[in-house]
Design a binder for this molecule. Structure first.
Ligand code: AMP
Length: 216
């Protein structure tokens, strides 16, 4: 099963992709995670991507297209894959098609997760991550027992630079301008299904699985 998750930052693409990845035993390919790892490791690609990411802009298409192209050739993608946060522009979607054609694959489903902007701002600006072990929290919906400290390892909780309110507003504008056109792009190919991204994580997962299994 080859899937794309589409949706604004904070819609829950990563959470849902992770659950589906475990359920169907196919990898979750998150360009955001791959880029953040490159920034942490200070690779040449990470150094190039950092300023775009910190400002809430998209990293240039050729950088992310290269990452995905390489990743999709790996053995673990044979049974399927879940693209989380890619494509984010029409040019990326066109390149993805060329890559998939060249390896004899295609996309079977594009799941768009819809959440309104005010809800997204609340979700994202409250997000915190443990610097040490990476566990995620939310200041209102899933707070740690001790403010600012990880329940598991006692590490300091930090906020991603691009989760700060001003950058988040920029990311939402970037989404509307550059990524939202993909909804029409994939609708025209009859691949798109939209799922409301509000409600419990489990209920959203159930709606997604229902779509995938009804059309499998
Ligand atoms: P995410 O974790 O998916 O929200 O991604 C965090 C940041 O990484 C984005 O705001 C972009 O700067 C960059 N990024 C991730 N995926 C892409 C992509 N497909 N195209 C361009 N930039 C991306």
């Amino acid at each position: 099963m080859n899937l794309i998750f589409l949706g604004p930052p904070g819609a829950g693409k990563g959470t849902q992709a992770k659950l589906l990845s475990a359920r169907y035993e196919i990898p979750q390919i998150s360009t955001g995670d791959i880029l953040r790892a490159s920034v942490r490791e200070q690779t040449p690609m990470g150094s190039r991507a950092k300023s775009y990411m910190d400002s809430g802009s998209l990293v240039p298409d050729e950088v992310v297209v290269g990452i995905v192209e390489e990743r999709l050739q790996k053995e673990d993608c044979k049974k399927g894959f879940i693209l989380d946060g890619f494509p984010r522009t029409i040019a990326q979607a066109d390149s993805l098609k060329v890559t998939l054609d060249s390896i004899g694959k295609n996309i079977q489903h594009v799941i768009s997760i819809a959440v309104d902007n005010e809800e997204l701002l609340t979700r994202i600006t409250g997000r915190r991550t443990c610097e040490k072990c990476g566990k995620g929290y939310h200041v209102s919906f899933d707070p740690p027992k001790t403010q600012g400290k990880c329940d598991v390892c006692g590490g300091d909780l930090c906020q991603r630079d691009d989760d700060k309110e001003e950058t988040m507003r920029k990311r939402l504008t970037v989404y509307d301008l550059q990524t939202e056109p993909l909804i029409e792009y994939y609708s025209k190919q009859s691949l798109l299904r939209t799922v409301p991204g509000t409600g419990s994580i489990e209920d959203i997962q159930k709606s997604i699985v229902k779509i995938l299994e009804a059309t499998a």
